[in-house]
Design a protein around this ligand. Structure first.
Ligand SMILES: [Zn+2]
Length: 329
């Protein structure tokens, strides 16, 4: 899918226009029901202007006094308006525009920096697997079922998979709630396939997104092919999308890399991959990695250089138990 920034700007204009015209509609409803409120609004709008006129006409009058009188008048009008709104059964902010994003009022920018909502919109549009949003609706802390994990000891040295999962889910939940103030910032979920790693990644992603942070969720394969495409630019039709993902790699609040170890890794991509993890660490940005590789195997696959990034800055969490996908649900 080609992503055009122009389209997004247009989309935001449209959202904003809609919120404002809905507000105008509600305002006329209120005015019709309580005409006095219209008078008050008009008076409130003109108080500043009247004061200015008065000041121009009588420049010798005390400015402080004038401002105080103006404030008192405004205050009285607002009180009256609030009382009338309440009396007529309207919420206090009934006439105000209801923006989808109150932070930027659907402009997409705060002080000319892209708002989190627009960053996420760009990410969403560029998700190759655009099913991710639906996946997060299915997989989240609310739909998490601990009873799926067997409650028997499989290894004498370890708690049962259920007890382990209970502990991991608590850690994941706390992580998502206190995001981004976690120490360490980043997590590695490792263990055999089908033991709930992706599920917990989804849970964290959903919660962190809902709390208004940006999340980029990629499989290791998608990440590496994007790094590769960015470097070699083999496909001009994908240039814009590749660029957006690449920009987000060190900007996004939370980067989730699913299934590290499954990707095809050339020497060049390995270097780019290291740089990607390295930049996240340097910028103190959080990353979650899930992998089927044991830590020792991880070290062998990704050389000490990358591995040292993991050990210094990631919390390692082990998943184990039978493959739930083969057990059926
Ligand atoms: Zn916003």
């Amino acid at each position: 899918m080609a992503v055009s920034n122009m389209n997004i700007m247009h989309e935001y204009e449209e959202k904003r226009r809609q919120a404002e015209s809905d507000a105008a509609f509600r305002r006329s409803e209120v005015y019709q029901k309580v005409p006095r409120i219209r008078e008050i609004d008009e008076a409130l709008e003109s108080t500043g202007l009247n004061a200015l006129r008065s000041y121009i006409r009588f420049p010798s009058q005390d400015k402080q006094q004038l401002i105080a009188a103006l404030k008192a008048e405004n205050h009285a009008l607002r009180e009256e308006k609030a009382a009338l709104m309440k009396q007529a059964g309207f919420e206090e902010d009934y006439m105000k525009p209801r923006y989808q994003c109150p932070d930027c009022q659907d402009t997409g920018f705060i002080d000319s920096v892209r708002c989190h909502c627009m960053q996420q919109r760009l990410i969403d549009l560029s998700y190759e697997a655009s099913g991710i949003r639906e996946e997060l609706e299915r997989n989240n802390f609310e739909t998490f079922k601990l009873r799926l994990f067997p409650n028997m000891i499989l290894d004498e040295n370890k708690p049962s998979p259920r007890k382990n999962m209970k502990n991991l889910a608590t850690i994941a939940h706390d992580y998502a709630e206190s995001f981004p103030d976690n120490h360490p910032h980043s997590l590695i979920f490792y263990g055999t396939p089908g033991t709930g790693k992706t599920f917990l990644c989804d849970c964290i992603a959903k919660r962190v997104l809902d709390r208004g942070f940006t999340v980029l969720y990629l499989t290791a394969n998608q990440l590496c092919s994007n790094l590769d495409e960015y470097r070699f630019r083999r496909n001009p039709a994908r240039a814009e999308q590749t660029q957006i993902i690449h920009d987000q790699l060190d900007q996004v609040d939370l980067l989730i890399i699913d299934d590290l170890g499954s990707e095809y890794l050339s020497q060049v991509t390995a270097a780019d991959l290291f740089e990607c993890f390295n930049q996240r660490v340097l910028k103190r940005k959080a990353t979650i990695v899930s992998t089927n590789l044991e830590p020792e195997k991880l070290r062998a696959t990704y050389m000490d250089r990358l591995y040292s990034r993991f050990t210094g800055y990631y919390r390692f969490l082990e998943f184990y138990g039978p493959d739930l996908r083969t057990l059926g649900r």
